[in-house]
Ligand binder design. Structure first.
Ligand SMILES: [Zn+2]
Length: 277
């Protein structure tokens, strides 16, 4: 009993700490807040876009901290969630919201329907992936059916906000990027970020990845604000073009590669690429 009581107290302390300090919140634009999980090795970033009558959350984090509570410190507007894809580190907070949208793709919907348990996620097993003072404990995220699905080129009108869906398969088959048309802000999920880009997963496709980034580049100008899914809250527009060229060079056999954990890693100045080929 003594041990149990101590455990509960520890958990309560941890929960309070998570709510208040787990998310690093940065205002990156008058209408956009980044909610970054910098205390975990993956450094996943979700984004809250606040309009006049409604707010939109792009991705919902890894589910360890209370992202809904963090949002309520920013706005009391109703919040809808747009998911860039179905991987665990982007869907963790979905059950804290009534309205969740994902791409009309079987793979992404299957991941969302499954949910996950941290016991099955190697990155959530060990304290070595967390920065102090946070420590992992087991948690589970229930699966769910999306409120709605969307398609390529669809414009999602959420109050005065308008998000264009850009289907960018490659990292996963149903990955998308969202462009808020009026603000010229591009949310790139795991298609673009500074760091190792994952094209080596069983569900990844390098050829599709390359053509997706070419397509994405058409929506980027020198003023576009790039909001990546990991490692930074803002990236330069040039990163999109660099990743696009890098992928073309990889597929053209122009880049040397190094073996890493049974995959290939291609290194560039501001990112790298993990691949099976
Ligand atoms: Zn992912």
């Amino acid at each position: 009993m003594k041990v149990e009581g101590f455990g509960r107290a520890s958990l309560l302390r941890e929960n309070r700490m998570k709510q208040s300090t787990w998310f690093t919140i940065r205002k990156i634009h008058p209408h956009v807040f980044a909610l970054a999980e910098f205390f975990h090795w993956e450094k996943v970033v979700s984004y809250l876009v606040v309009g006049q009558k409604a707010a939109v959350l792009v991705d919902s984090g890894m589910g360890y901290g209370d992202i809904h509570g963090a949002i309520r410190s920013i706005t009391s507007l109703p919040v809808s969630v747009l998911l860039t894809h179905g991987h665990w580190d982007h869907i963790g907070g979905v059950n804290l919201f009534d309205t969740v949208f994902i791409y009309k793709d079987h793979f992404e919907q299957k991941l969302l329907a499954q949910g996950f348990s941290s016991k099955n996620i190697p990155e959530l097993h060990s304290a070595k992936f967390f920065k102090k003072p946070f420590h992992p404990h087991h948690y589970s995220i229930n699966g769910r059916v999306p409120s709605k699905t969307f398609q390529n080129n669809q414009r999602l009108h959420m109050g005065d906000l308008t998000f264009l869906v850009i289907h960018t398969p490659g990292h996963t088959p149903g990955s998308v990027c969202f462009k808020e048309i009026n603000l010229n802000i591009l949310f790139t999920g795991d298609a673009i970020y500074p760091g190792p880009l994952y094209g080596h997963l069983p569900e990844s496709d390098m050829l599709a990845f390359a053509s997706s980034v070419q397509k994405l580049a058409a929506w980027v100008d020198h003023k576009t604000i790039i909001c990546p899914g990991h490692n930074a809250v803002v990236a330069q527009p040039a990163l999109v073009f660099s990743v696009g060229k890098g992928l073309q060079d990889i597929l053209g056999g122009k880049i040397s590669r190094a073996e890493k954990n049974g995959f290939w890693e291609y290194h560039f100045p501001s990112f790298s690429f993990l691949s099976r080929i």
